[in-house]
Design a protein around this ligand. Structure first.
Ligand code: 13P
Ligand code: SF4
Length: 368
């Protein structure tokens, strides 16, 4: 819903002129604008961004690091966020009133975040309260709208990222008897499983059918997983793992916890984007890795580690389509609008929503 509002607020789509510029010209112009704006401009870039964009990032990181960095930056007037919509919303909510956050392409959403809207969530909450009473704490992956973060904050819950999910789930289970985990069933299931919650104690909330999927004694449910997923990470399969085991048995397989439980269980290791980067960084020269995460990042890891044998776990994997919407022409366009004082592509979360969403972000940042 917020995406639609933002689209209408956007001045227009990328003007045609940007499609005809050479790469060299665009790079030169971005360099020049960065130099002239100095520290008034700050460009954070998520690890899944393309190289043509990442080369201009002042800082790169995973979603937790970028949220922490946004919260700490009090200097920049213009924060041009190279990532997806929910990350720019988070940056807006954690920065000052005077600081403006821009998303170079307003269509850069996250299909997982779109799998839980606030109306579905409120309906689900009412049903779950009727079933379980006041025994549930909500947790939301940061890959969610500001409205869902506000909902979570309102009911005493918090945000999580893939880097701190274990800490946050552990904390949540000290607060209430059970938790509702939005919107990624896989991160929720993998994290709770690693913490010792048996799969039999996990139910799934189906927001399309508006019903709880669970066979068993309801009093035993500890974790309720929202039936959402990342279409990129769901693209890694047990068949991919089996193929690597058969054809390259010497390879270590490491995957992101947005992959299914079956894929995580069949792999050698799993962890957040930052965890994967660190593991490969610290691995000995000559070691071999099949990685199950976003393709722009896997390609970059391969380029940065010529001393190691690295491949994607799925040879047919594509980059995240929405992350990829941020490209050099859109970055230059966003910067040009700042220089010309046009105020386009600004991400601004409505204050009433931001107040409660900040509660849920802050509870995470306090424990991250
Ligand atoms: P990280 O929390 O690992 O940065 O992941 C964000 C994301 O969108 C993963 O698909
Ligand atoms: Fe969303 Fe998946 Fe893309 Fe991450 S990789 S931004 S979860 S669609």
């Amino acid at each position: 819903m917020e995406m639609i509002t933002d689209l209408f607020q956007t001045k227009s789509m990328l003007p045609d002129e940007y499609r005809h510029l050479s790469r060299e010209e665009m790079e030169q112009r971005v360099h020049d604008i960065k130099r002239s704006l100095g520290t008034k401009l700050f460009i954070p870039g998520h690890h899944y961004q393309k190289d043509e964009v990442i080369q201009f990032a002042d800082v790169t990181g995973d979603s937790l690091q970028l949220a922490q960095i946004a919260a700490a930056n009090r200097e920049a007037e213009h924060i041009v966020f190279c990532g997806v919509h929910f990350m720019a919303e988070t940056a807006d909510m954690l920065t000052n009133e005077e600081q403006k956050v821009y998303l170079p392409d307003m269509r850069a959403g996250c299909s997982m975040a779109d799998m839980a809207n606030i109306y579905q969530t409120e309906e689900a909450w009412a049903e779950l309260q009727a079933i379980f009473g006041d025994t549930i704490i909500p947790l939301t992956y940061v890959n969610s709208t500001a409205a869902i973060k506000a909902f979570t904050g309102h009911y005493g819950g918090a945000c999580v990222t893939s880097s701190n999910a274990k800490q946050m789930v552990k904390w949540a289970l000290t607060q209430k008897e059970r938790l509702l985990f939005l919107p990624d069933q896989h991160l929720g299931r993998n994290t709770a499983y690693d913490l010792g919650v048996p799969l039999e104690q996990m139910a799934v909330w189906n927001p399309i059918k508006n019903e709880l999927e669970y066979k068993g004694n309801l009093s035993e449910v500890k974790v309720i997983l929202w039936k959402g997923h990342c279409s990129v990470h769901e693209g890694f399969t047990v068949e991919n793992v089996r193929h690597i085991r058969e054809t390259k048995p010497h390879m270590n397989i490491i995957v992101h916890p947005e992959c299914s439980r079956e894929v995580v269980a069949a792999s050698d290791d799993s962890g957040s984007t930052k965890y994967i980067i660190d593991v490969i960084q610290n691995a000995p020269a000559g070691s071999s890795w099949a990685i199950g995460t976003e393709m722009n990042l896997v390609k970059r890891i391969i380029a940065e580690h010529p001393d190691k044998e690295i491949i994607s776990l799925n040879p047919n994997m594509c980059p995240c389509m929405t992350m990829n919407r941020i490209d050099l022409p859109h970055l230059l366009w966003a910067l040009d609008m700042i220089v010309q004082g046009e105020g386009g592509n600004i991400i601004k979360v409505e204050e009433q929503t931001a107040i409660e969403a900040r509660l849920s972000l802050q509870r995470m940042l306090d424990r991250a």
